[in-house]
Ligand binder design. Structure first.
Ligand code: FAD
Ligand code: FES
Ligand code: MG
Length: 282
């Protein structure tokens, strides 16, 4: 069958990867052959679970172009991700668009450290894999709150030269934050060419502050609020070196040292009250 023309975003699977108290992380595999075919590492999709749902961006973590599937890994944080987690095999999502965003700039730097916090690991993985395939020395710092929320450990092990694992509570790997390990490495290593990080905004801000002291180029992949994903609605607007940028089409990758972090953090909390309110309806 030529599936280029029959594009019904059906669910192959939607499985729980990890959970801890009220936190859950899922991996969903969807039939999206055109997206799978054109995708490059660093890109994302925007989807609607049903015809009434909002549009949410999720990074493409893996693809299988021969079966026409894309895999997304998401943490249940509110109404729409909760809705998504309820989908079963063969359910159909209402709408999906992608691949969106500029692909990651994959090139040879030399020694690269990837810092992945929580579900940010899902965004780091495809980029780190591509950097390794390009000949870079790849060190990964993978962190989670606790062991049962640690994702993609085996995948990272296969593509890294060295893997550091941290948990906030010490239930697995080194006790502490990814930034503790990063600080230690940067104090010991003579030369690091690039740091690439994805995780909670505060973590990326902290990573960028640490690397700035060491004068190391740092790329962050930003997770601002998005609606259209095409540069028209303005919801993903940020300030970068004093200039206005749109994460959906100028990013999601940016120089971590040029970002107005306070502004991004404040803007991402814009709908907090409404988000809490609507969650009561589920
Ligand atoms: P809500 O309760 O509505 O929101 C919880 C928090 O999520 C908000 O406070 C806000 O910070 C953020 N958020 C809310 N609405 C949106 C929105 N429309 N767009 C972006 N952020 C929003 N999460 C993952 O778990 N895995 C991923 O791979 C992933 N990739 C992303 C890639 C990009 C380019 C971006 C911009 C975000 C990505 N996110 C990812 C974040 C994800 O989109 C949000 O967690 C999700 O939209 C929350 O929706 P909600 O209704 O469940 O939660
Ligand atoms: Fe609308 Fe970026 S999501 S401008
Ligand atoms: Mg929401």
């Amino acid at each position: 069958m030529d599936f280029q023309y029959s594009f019904i975003p059906k669910v192959y699977f939607n499985k729980l990867l990890g959970s801890y108290n009220d936190v859950e992380i899922y991996e969903i595999s969807l039939f999206a052959p055109i997206i799978a075919k054109h995708y490059l590492p660093g890109q994302f999709v925007i989807l609607m679970v049903n015809e009434f749902s909002e549009r949410i961006p999720l990074t493409i973590t893996k693809t299988n172009p021969s079966e026409g599937s894309i895999n997304l890994i998401y943490q249940v944080v509110g109404f729409t991700t909760k809705l998504l987690s309820k989908l079963k095999q063969n359910d159909v999502i209402y709408h999906i668009v992608g691949p969106l965003g500029r692909p990651a700039e994959i090139k040879y730097y030399g020694k690269v450290i990837f810092v992945a916090g929580g579900v940010g690991a899902a965004e780091v993985y495809p980029v780190a894999k591509a950097f390794k395939e390009c000949g870079n020395y790849v060190a990964i710092i993978l962190g989670a709150r606790t062991k049962s929320l640690l994702i993609l450990e085996e995948d990272f092990r296969k593509i890294s030269d060295i893997l550091y694992v941290t948990t906030d509570d010490g239930s697995y790997g080194e006790k502490g934050f990814v930034t503790d390990v990063l600080t230690k490495i940067l104090n010991e290593e003579e030369h690091i060419d690039l740091v690439y990080t994805v995780g909670p905004l505060v973590m990326m801000k902290n990573v960028s502050e640490i690397t700035k002291k060491h004068n190391i180029k740092t790329i962050v992949s930003l997770n601002t609020i998005m609606v259209d994903g095409t540069g028209m609605c303005g919801s993903c607007r940020i300030s970068c070196s004093g200039q206005t940028k749109y994460v959906c089409c100028d990013g999601p990758e940016f120089d971590g040292h040029s970002i107005d972090w306070q502004e991004i953090i404040a803007r991402n909390n814009t709908y907090l009250l409404q988000e809490k309110e609507i969650l009561k309806n589920l």
